[in-house]
Design a protein around this ligand. Structure first.
Ligand code: KG4
Ligand code: ZN
Length: 331
């Protein structure tokens, strides 16, 4: 079964053709990052306009790359939420138009289900598993006993981890996109700043706003004394706390739920420090760890096609009344 998948929830216009939920035939990702970098972050209005300009071209390009036509496609999968409403609407309208014009099934895909199923492109998911979902909008620990069964064990009470990275980046004068650059700096510095380990309790919840404020306060205090902070060392200190708490709570969940499979998903899964630490902990504890290649960690349509296949197998379909949802619970 061939699915044509569309993802446009933020600032990437992406279309992919996926066979049977795990084989990538062709993917095109058009990132708007350079444009938004001029503003220090994603400008929703600009993002929507760029999706409109590009969506048809990206669909055509993906089909061309796959050497296929719409006749070869069995169904259309699309991210309907959560995300920027204007951005979501463009991909959704394109998907509905294709489904209507070519009489194909329309499969609604939750963006986070997509991030989770990015791992299915690496290796068929093995259940039960724990998924650590870390992106610009999410920080969730999820227990899955089978396909499309999502039991949330905990999540962030305030900022998402990627959001904290992006805000800390701004404070230490690292340009947009903050996350990857802070990660890079963290590998060049030392852990010299006294930052707290955030929400170090027995729950599976996270909190990153206090840690972010601690960075801001330190930077301001040093400035008032006429000193400058060392960005590399601040990046290392911040990243060490983030990696420590994510690893600690994830390993605890694996133990408590007696689960041997861990998957990591979302843009922050690209983080080198976290990948290294989780690999080491999982090796030591006999856990099978799967983390997608970096290109499948950040937003892409291949992951939507993978998730869409399993949604389809479970009978999930949408009709043309499907609407975009800026916020939506994973289900
Ligand atoms: O999943 P994603 O592409 O978009 C959302 O659905 O949010 O994630 C983007 C987030 C941004 O906050 C970005 O700074 C962060 O992922 N990110 C990273 C790294 N690469 C991307 N954060 C830390 N280290 C990285 N290497
Ligand atoms: Zn995402």
């Amino acid at each position: 079964m061939y699915i044509l998948a569309i993802e446009s929830s933020c600032d990437e216009t992406s279309v992919s053709i996926i066979k049977g939920g795990k084989e990538e035939i062709a993917t095109v990702v058009l990132s708007q990052m350079d444009t938004h970098a001029n503003y220090g972050g994603v400008v929703p209005e600009i993002a929507s306009r760029m999706h409109i300009e590009n969506i048809t071209l990206v669909i055509e390009e993906a089909l061309k790359k796959a050497n296929m036509t719409m006749d070869d496609i069995d169904a259309i999968a699309v991210t309907y939420g959560p995300g920027l409403i204007g951005s979501l609407l463009i991909g959704l309208m394109a998907a509905k138009t294709l489904a209507f014009a070519y009489k194909k099934h329309l499969i609604p895909v939750h963006h986070i289900a997509g991030h989770i199923y990015a791992n299915n492109l690496v290796k068929r998911l093995e259940f039960p598993l724990i998924a650590l979902v870390i992106s610009g909008g999410h920080t969730d620990l999820i227990y899955m006993k089978e396909d499309y069964s999502f039991e949330k064990l905990g999540g962030t009470l305030d900022d998402a981890v990627g959001e904290a990275y992006d805000k800390v980046a701004r404070v230490i004068n690292v340009p947009y996109p903050g996350g990857p650059l802070v990660d890079k700096l963290a590998h060049q510095g030392q852990d010299t700043y006294n930052l707290p380990l955030p929400l170090d309790d027995d729950s599976y919840n996270f909190s990153f706003s206090g840690l972010k404020s601690a960075v801001i306060n330190l930077v301001h205090n040093e400035k008032q004394r006429g000193n400058e902070i060392i960005p590399e060392n601040m990046a290392t200190s911040f990243q060490n706390r983030v990696v420590e708490i994510l690893t600690k709570k994830t390993m605890k969940a694996l133990k408590e739920y007696d689960v041997k499979n861990l998957i990591v998903a979302g843009g922050v899964a690209a983080n080198k420090g976290l990948r290294e630490r989780l690999t080491k902990e999982c090796n030591e504890n006999g856990i099978n760890l799967t983390i997608p290649e970096i290109k499948y960690c950040t937003d892409n349509a291949a992951m939507i096609g993978a998730a869409g296949y399993y949604a389809y197998k479970l009978g999930r379909r949408a009709d043309l009344s499907l609407n975009a949802k800026a916020s939506e619970r994973l289900k």
